[in-house]
Design a protein around this ligand. Structure first.
Ligand SMILES: Nc1ncnc2c1ncn2[C@@H]1O[C@H](COP(=O)(O)OP(=O)(O)OP(=O)(O)O)[C@@H](O)[C@H]1O
Length: 405
């Protein structure tokens, strides 16, 4: 993908120009690396006339990019390098894009090896950081892991518990002055614990929708150093929820890696985050999730770190009412012939809301009364089978205990 030829633009005769075309299948990795790398160097020089500017609702600051026909200058060791971006539209409508990289011929070997490797490595680091921090925006519901964005109305849990969480969130956002007065970082930590499929991710989406906060998922696996962590955390914005999932697995992973990285522990990481946010973060919510609260060190559970502990339980009759309303449009279950039986089975069986949803989804989208009845009858059969399995102690790991990391 990389060819050397004489540029059509006037250059010194001792110059050499590399033409780096954009290709799609397969993509030209040098072109893609240049796209990520160039915005990290100074895009504006005395000869710059135009520059591309963009900002999505999620981005805190505007992003700058090189514009067609513009040239920017980079230096690497003792070499001056000029990058020109060229977009060409042909009469057929076809559009081609390329970078032209010009430098003194005497640096050919160094540029083709060290400099291009530097560009690609830097681009890979940028990509990795983007992956470490996955942004799920309340503005783009499709990226929230739900068919329709969860809200507190659609979350199936005990009404009291739901009211307490909403009150706690509302109190938190009202207390800017309080946090300032007592000299504490304006942040609150929540621990969501319970078996897989009880709605931990759905609750995070509901919290984000309620507060209109963005959600960042932090993948600790990819973090190798404090400076990398700092860069990643500083790229998150205020009024956001930072999610660290499966915290018990994370602790174990970190312990496994301890010999390689003796200074990087989970409590070290959390202290580091506290320090960072007490100096520059506002209105931050941190949510930790775990399937096994009992595996966490007591030090991690203390208030100030995990202020509110929320137990996400197996499906209760109250929770089932919400799901029946969401999925089948049934508002009043009291008079339904199967309600008593379903209640009894839910109280005596460990079944997750996710499993109940799956049963209720087995019917057509256009639910009429017969379909709703059939869905409830299907659920009763499912619950009976489950109860029988539990009684016979039949192991069903994927529906009960879930992944053991
Ligand atoms: N309490 C709930 N209220 C409403 N829907 C729920 C609830 N629990 C589970 N669901 C449904 O089941 C699906 C899976 O649940 P979810 O991913 O939120 O569970 P989880 O506890 O985060 O599981 P995991 O620990 O495996 O990530 C959701 O998309 C949602 O449709």
């Amino acid at each position: 993908y990389l060819s050397t030829l004489l540029s059509p633009h006037p250059r010194q005769c001792h110059d050499l120009t590399l033409i780096i075309h954009q290709t799609n299948a397969p993509p030209n990795q040098v072109y893609e690396a240049a796209q990520l790398y160039l915005p990290t160097i100074d895009l504006i020089n005395p000869s710059t006339r135009t520059i591309q500017v963009s900002k999505t609702p999620r981005q805190e600051t505007v992003k700058l990019a090189i514009d067609s026909g513009e040239q920017i200058v980079d230096t690497f060791e003792d070499i001056n390098l000029k990058w020109l971006y060229v977009v060409q539209t042909f009469p057929t409508g076809q559009v081609t894009r390329r970078f032209e990289l010009t430098f003194h011929k005497k640096h050919k070997d160094k540029v083709l090896t060290s400099y291009l490797r530097h560009v690609v490595t830097r681009a890979e680091a940028i990509k990795k950081e983007e992956k470490i921090l996955k942004l799920r925006s309340v503005n783009s519901p499709s990226r929230v892991d739900l068919e329709h964005p969860a809200t507190f109305e659609t979350i199936a849990m005990e009404p009291d518990q739901k009211t307490k969480i909403i009150k706690d969130l509302d109190r938190f956002v009202r207390r800017r002055e309080f946090y300032k007065k007592v000299g504490k970082a304006w942040k609150r930590g929540y621990l969501l614990y319970g078996p897989p499929g009880t709605g931990k991710s759905s609750l995070i989406a509901a919290m984000a929708n309620h507060l209109k906060f963005d959600v960042y998922e932090l993948e600790l696996d990819g973090i190798c150093s404090d400076s990398q962590l700092k860069r990643v955390l500083l790229s998150t914005k205020n009024r956001s929820i930072l999610v660290i999932e499966d915290i018990d697995c994370t602790v174990r992973d970190m312990q496994d890696r301890k010999s390689e990285q003796p200074t990087f522990t989970l409590s070290g990481l959390l202290n580091f985050m506290d320090g960072l946010w007490s100096s520059c973060g506002d209105e931050r919510i941190i949510v930790f999730t775990t399937n096994h609260k009992d595996r966490l060190e007591p030090a991690l559970l203390r208030p100030g770190r995990m202020d509110v502990h929320i137990h996400m339980s197996y499906c209760t009759p109250h929770a089932f009412r919400v799901l029946a309303s969401n999925y089948l449009g049934i508002q009043d279950l009291n008079h339904h012939g199967l309600y008593g039986e379903i209640t009894g089975l839910l109280e005596s069986t460990e079944v997750t809301p996710a499993e109940v949803c799956e049963q209720l989804l087995k019917r057509d989208d256009d639910v009429d009364d017969d379909d709703a009845d059939a869905a409830l009858a299907g659920l009763v059969n499912f619950l009976k089978l489950k109860k029988l399995e539990e009684t016979n102690n039949i192991d069903k790991p994927e529906t009960q205990e879930g992944s053991q990391c």
